[in-house]
Design a protein around this ligand. Structure first.
Ligand SMILES: [Zn+2]
Length: 285
């Protein structure tokens, strides 16, 4: 059963809830269609989280998930390990991702709760994860974001990979070449200086990426880049346009399972049509 409580406080929220119900219903049907197609389901599915258990003033659609809900998701993931494995993004070059379903967990922006709330839960289950950090947030002195000391501590934890989420969280497709280089290369060097470890993966803020951004990302010596398009990745994917499946506050365990199976992959069609006109269909195309 889909568990959604509808409590309208204004017209906008009412509209969002009805839209979410429609999306859920469509996803359940789509999930039924693809559940038994292992050839479709196998590959690398990268989950995209942001924050866990923080009351973010800028959270307009549920990027901060409650701690108990996050725990339920992770517990469910552990129940599914007979047919999937949870891996680190660091190791994707060495895996044949087509043979079974692989899951990687990522967090965008660099929220402080990633260290204090999410990490203890993930460490308990020995689940590796990647945190993509925006360096200006790191220096913002905001209580919501990791500090430099927090980042040092986080990067030293078992199974944690630090990636870049660029310097200023800009839409990269709007940057000129000089700005783009600073966002990509500057953030990588800054994070490497703090952590003392190589930073080889990046996620593009706002999912904003095109051929020029991909090419410059490769020049800045990254090995992989994650966008915000829903979907699963196989060996033929451009490694600078890795798809991710976003998980948000309203996702019940049923919704989470549905997303793991690919039941929400249809959402990419909506993203392609309405949200990311700038996304390149192929890196060099
Ligand atoms: Zn972001």
């Amino acid at each position: 059963m889909v568990e959604i409580s509808i409590q309208y406080t204004d017209e906008n929220q009412k509209h969002m809830s009805i839209k979410r119900l429609a999306y859920d219903a469509f996803s359940k049907i789509y999930c039924l269609y693809i559940t038994h197609q292992s050839s479709y389901r196998n590959g690398l599915r990268i989950l995209l989280y942001h924050s866990v258990d923080s009351r973010l003033p800028h959270d307009s659609y549920g990027i901060s998930i409650a701690k108990n809900q996050f725990e339920r998701h992770i517990h469910e993931l552990m129940n599914m390990t007979s047919f999937l494995s949870v891996i680190s993004l660091q190791h994707i070059d060495r895996l044949n991702i087509n043979t079974k379903l692989h899951i990687a967990i990522t967090f965008d922006d660099g929220y402080r709760d990633n260290l204090y709330i999410a990490a203890p839960i993930l460490l308990k289950y020995k689940i590796p994860f990647t945190v993509f950090v925006t360096t200006s947030f790191l220096r913002s002195n905001s209580a919501f974001y990791l500090t430099i000391d927090d980042l040092k501590e986080l990067s030293g934890l078992e199974g944690v990979t630090i990636g870049s989420h660029v310097s200023t969280h800009k839409c990269l497709t709007t940057c000129n070449d000089k700005e783009l280089w600073e966002e990509l290369y500057g953030s990588r060097c800054y994070l490497e200086d703090i952590t003392g470890k190589p930073v080889k993966t990046i996620s593009y803020p706002h999912g904003s990426v095109d051929n020029r951004v991909c090419n410059m990302t490769e020049k800045a010596e990254y090995k992989t880049g994650c966008c915000s398009m829903f979907g699963i990745n196989n060996q033929y994917n451009d490694k600078f346009l890795l798809k991710r499946t976003e998980v948000i506050k309203t996702d019940t365990v049923d919704d989470f399972t549905c997303k793991i199976y690919g039941g929400w992959d249809w959402y990419r069609w909506k993203q392609e049509i309405f949200e990311t006109k700038a996304l390149a269909k192929t890196k060099k195309g």
